[in-house]
Design a protein around this ligand. Structure first.
Ligand code: PGA
Ligand code: ZN
Length: 489
């Protein structure tokens, strides 16, 4: 069976001898899932192995993310072309890396940082450095005849992540009345990845029926989740609860809610109106509240709903607010820093020192090389923080993050709804990896959740549940219900 590192494109050549030297690097402009240009790179090694990677792109980007270099030529591609970044790979990076041993990823990534010479990759563009860095890793994996997850993570890389499926979209990802960006469901306590994914898929389709029956739109947003106009943000949770129940699962026992309200956008909207705070820019633009009120709202929501994780519940600059929110809710739920940390070891270290968040979202293009991405995961894990591999709202068919989720054993992945090929590509790659690992696979979502905040939260049927005891009831529900399995590790 060929290695799974380059599953969609079939570019793997199977070398003999010592075929690891970089012989050619070539970048090109391609399109992402929103129809915007992005960078793709191919790296060819002396033995014939060819690795390919494409770069994703965010819409609600953190202020301190590494720079995505765009042409800004308004006459072409609405200014979004990436030909300068492509040229930087072909004319500047390639001559420096030709001849290098592709297995020396760390040195290659250090060299990319050195050639760029800036803190935020603004010189070459993080899209140029990331495309190269990931393509080198793919090529080395193929040349060493290993799937990418094993090449990067070694023999112990075998944890399939629990998916956080973004089934209802709002914020900057949809043209609807919902202020908050992502309403996700996370299956927890299922036997393996494919069973967890099945639950998510069944609930996704049930949500479509629920929306349709209520006369709400079933059109989807950027990440494949539905994007109806709703009267309130909280109505999204009611609809999801109904969908979970319709699909035959128990909310608060088998299925938990994860939120990414992406509140840096709400803060930006307040700033744009000359105010400080968080502006509900889609539902009620006159409503601008402070971080205390936001924290109170999250606390109330956690009391009403089985919420397991909140990402960017406060804005990127609100470090004091993050500290308060973490001390209030951090022992009960997962509090994830996305814009706050931007996959950057420096920001993550500050958060750890100041007691902000207890988890980090990992996005490869926020930092711009594979090695720095892995550094961020390691720092998080050493500090007892969780790490979640994540896509961007603008994606391609590239599914490197699926392999990286397994490589890092991080146990969770955020890669949108189970809808649209740019999203399902990642889920499909995880299914392939699960098949390849077979009985040696472990699953990040097989353990009982520790979501205590919602221990008295309302379930879909209106009955109070005890989320802490989720493990005891996991065998309930459908005939094909998930069984609690002990970790195989
Ligand atoms: P983005 O959204 O890719 O548009 O930044 C994803 C997220 O905020 O997690
Ligand atoms: Zn986010």
């Amino acid at each position: 069976m060929p290695p799974t590192s380059c599953p969609l494109w079939g570019l793997g050549h199977y070398p003999v001898g010592m075929p690891f030297n970089i012989e050619d690097i070539r970048a090109r402009q391609i399109l992402d899932s929103r129809g915007q240009p992005t960078v793709e790179c191919e790296v060819r090694l002396s033995g014939g192995a060819v690795g390919r990677a494409a770069v994703p792109s965010g819409a609600s980007t953190g202020e301190h993310e590494a720079v995505e270099l765009r042409d800004d030529d308004k006459k072409r591609w609405l200014g979004k072309g990436v030909t300068r970044a492509v040229e930087n790979v072909n004319a500047i990076i390639a001559p420096e890396l030709i001849g290098a041993d592709a297995r020396t990823q760390e040195s290659i990534d250090q060299l990319l940082c050195l050639i760029d010479g800036t803190e935020n990759k603004s010189n070459l563009g993080a899209n140029a450095t990331l495309a190269t860095s990931l393509a080198v890793a793919h090529a080395a994996a193929i040349a060493t005849d290993q799937p990418l997850y094993r090449y990067v993570g070694g023999t112990h890389a075998r944890t399939l992540p629990s998916p956080m499926l973004n089934i209802l979209n709002g914020g900057k990802h949809a043209d609807n009345t919902v202020d908050f960006q992502e309403f996700m469901i996370q299956p927890w306590g299922f036997s393996d990845f494919s069973e967890g994914l099945r639950a998510g898929v069944e609930i996704y389709h049930a949500l479509k029926r629920v929306l349709h029956d209520r006369g709400l739109s079933t059109a989807v947003g950027d990440e494949g989740g539905f994007a109806p106009n709703l009267k309130t943000n909280e109505e999204a949770l009611e609809l999801i609860a109904r969908a979970v129940e319709t699909a035959g699962y128990d909310l608060g026992r088998q299925i938990f809610i994860c939120l990414d309200p992406a509140t840096s956008e709400l803060a930006n909207e307040a700033t744009a109106r000359g105010k400080k705070g968080y502006c509900f820019f889609k539902s009620d633009p006159k409503r601008i509240v402070g971080s205390d009120e936001m924290i109170r709202m999250w606390e109330q929501w956690c009391g009403r709903w089985p919420i397991r994780s909140i990402e960017d519940g406060l804005a990127e600059g609100d470090w004091d607010g993050w500290k308060s929110m973490t001390s209030l809710l951090g022992s009960k739920i997962q509090i994830v820093g996305d814009d706050l940390f931007v996959t950057n070891p420096e920001f993550l270290r500050r958060g750890i020192a100041e007691g902000c968040a207890n988890a980090i979202l990992i996005k490869v293009n926020q930092i711009g090389t594979l090695s720095e991405t892995l550094d961020a995961v390691n720092i998080a894990h050493c500090a007892g923080y969780r790490a979640i591999l994540s896509h961007r709202s603008g994606e391609t068919e590239d599914c490197t993050i699926a392999d990286l989720a397994v490589a890092t054993n991080c146990g969770q992945i955020k890669t949108g709804a189970p809808c649209r090929s740019d999203r399902t590509a990642k889920y499909n790659q995880l299914l392939r990896i699960a098949e390849e690992l077979g009985a040696s696979a472990t699953y990040g979502g097989s353990a009982p959740t520790n979501a205590k905040a919602n221990s008295k939260a309302k379930t879909s049927s209106g009955v109070k549940s005890d989320a802490k005891n989720g493990a005891k009831v996991m065998t309930k529900s459908k005939s094909s219900a998930p069984k609690r399995v002990t970790s195989k590790s």
